[in-house]
Design a protein around this ligand. Structure first.
Ligand SMILES: [Zn+2]
Length: 290
């Protein structure tokens, strides 16, 4: 990758020199000399690597009413700019709805870092060496996410990556209600609100579980801090449907009560955790069967 970025830097120097060639008559007359100088410079640049080393840093900033979005990258172009503008729009667009649903907001302007490099993103997230499908996180009150143009494994596309900051912002909101909200509920809600993955991904997972008669229990998805194991257990897909079941059946008021008291099933629903689990399995069997 380093070689590629160096190559881009060299090309841009050559282009800028080339565009200068038509500036004056004198330069036209000296065209041959300029061409020779250009060749010399480009060769020099290739040998003196540190001269053209491009710094990975903030290349673009958008400030909206509730968010400050910084784009960290080696390079920057119009497509990057458009993607960051889309992130700003989607965050502001969902801000009010999320505030109404969860009856809270994050104090002050929320800082959002978009990283155009998986390794740098994972360091910012506090998970250096994390797999590349880990395309977002939150740390120090900030939202962190992969750049939408960064090829990311795990079936998430450009439009999905635009919505990842909403997923992470939702985590910040839930943490305000209950700092210790368990992963199964936390991730289910964040994915349900952001919808950064396709509904088909959820449907095929659930349909497979129904066909094999292997719908796991809620307990199975309680993987604590281990987000990789949560993903391996298909927790995102299954917990999406659990949140959908609670919202559609009981509404956001009960969901908020569950966030505040994740063990309070009987007080909140008048049913035990096992009974709610049975009803959820019945719900997905009806709604997700082929
Ligand atoms: Zn998450």
């Amino acid at each position: 990758m380093k070689i590629l970025f160096r190559f881009i830097a060299i090309v841009s120097i050559i282009i800028s020199l080339t565009s200068c060639k038509t500036a004056t008559d004198k330069q036209l007359a000296d065209n041959q000399n300029v061409h020779e100088a250009e060749t010399l410079i480009s060769e020099d640049v290739e040998e003196a690597e540190e001269v053209v080393e491009v710094e990975y840093d903030v290349k673009y900033v958008i400030e909206t009413e509730h968010f400050e979005i910084k784009f960290y990258s080696l390079d920057f172009n119009e497509e990057h700019q458009l993607s960051i503008e889309k992130i700003a729009y989607s965050l502001e667009n969902d801000y009010k709805g999320l505030a109404e649903k969860y009856k809270t907001t994050v104090d002050g302007v929320v800082k959002v870092e978009i990283h155009n490099d998986h390794d740098k993103l994972h360091i910012a997230m506090g998970y250096p060496g994390a797999p590349d499908w880990a395309c977002g996180g939150y740390a120090g009150g900030k939202v962190l996410a992969a750049a939408p143009l960064l090829p990311t494994p795990g079936g998430i596309d450009y439009e999905g990556l635009i919505n990842v900051p909403i997923h992470e912002y939702t985590h910040l909101l839930l943490r305000k209600i209950n700092y210790a909200v368990p992963r199964w509920l936390n991730e289910g809600i964040a994915f349900y609100e952001a919808k950064e993955h396709s509904k088909e991904w959820v449907e095929t997972t659930i349909q497979d579980g129904i066909v094999k008669n292997e719908i796991p229990s809620l307990e199975y998805f309680d993987t604590g801090n281990d987000f990789q194991e949560f993903a391996v257990r298909q927790g995102y897909q299954y917990m999406y449907t659990f949140v959908e079941y609670i919202v559609w059946t009981y509404g956001y008021e009960k969901l908020n009560a569950l966030i505040a008291d994740p063990d309070g099933f009987e007080n909140i629903f008048g049913l035990t955790k096992d009974e709610i689990e049975s009803n959820w399995i019945e719900y997905i069997t009806i709604h997700y069967s082929l």
